[in-house]
Design a protein around this ligand. Sequence first.
Ligand code: SF4
Ligand code: SF4
Length: 233
Amino acid sequence: MVYKIRIRRQENRKSDRYWQEFEFDGSENSSVASVLNELNSRSPLKDNSGNIAAPIGWECGCMVRKCGACAMLINGLPRLACSTFLNTLRGTTITLEPFSKFPLVRDLIVDRSILFENLKKLNLWLDSEAYMNPWTHEPRYQSARCLMCGCCLEVCPNFHTDGTFAGAIAAVNAFRILNEEQEATHKNEISAEYKEKYFEGCGKSLSCHDICPIRLPVEELLVRSNAAAIWGK
Ligand code: SF4
Ligand code: SF4
């Protein structure tokens, strides 16, 4: 099958952005990540107009849906390039763009460091030995699976990198720590930060729930974190 791969290119934050198109003639079972690898293995890489193109900037740490680094907009939706296969996309034109909510580094690479800074501000670490409640084992496990990919932040109408709202990723990760922390003072600090940086800013639209590429129970974790932090349940 022959695909047209449209990629939004930008050398750096200050340079002009432009679209470049490439042809990919390969299996419809290919992932977007393997398409990008194949394009970058061409020497020289030429676009559909025959112009020599610079290698496409994109990030990937594992190729198996474990690191979250290859998150990008694929046909307009946040997805992981490693686990989005051509035969699951409509049509034969595939459009790739970087996330819009984070500062651009190059081409499909963005700087997601604000996501980690926000988690630090929530004090999301343990000050005590972890309390292992068998009744919360499954949601704590789900909370720990979060890839920090940022897909839930890209679709969130209330998340902006220059704001204080930390987005669903904070609630997903807070659940585990709120349940395991035994030191009351620290737990109260987390709860106070959570209230200010998540609970009061969330509009409950739940755009974050369906977009999670590893199908975390985002809604359940938001509800449980709200209960633990706000109502002490
Ligand atoms: S429920 Fe809506 S406002 Fe709240 S974190 Fe999810 S997408 Fe953002
Ligand atoms: S909750 Fe899901 S979408 Fe959000 S950062 Fe974690 S893995 Fe990504």
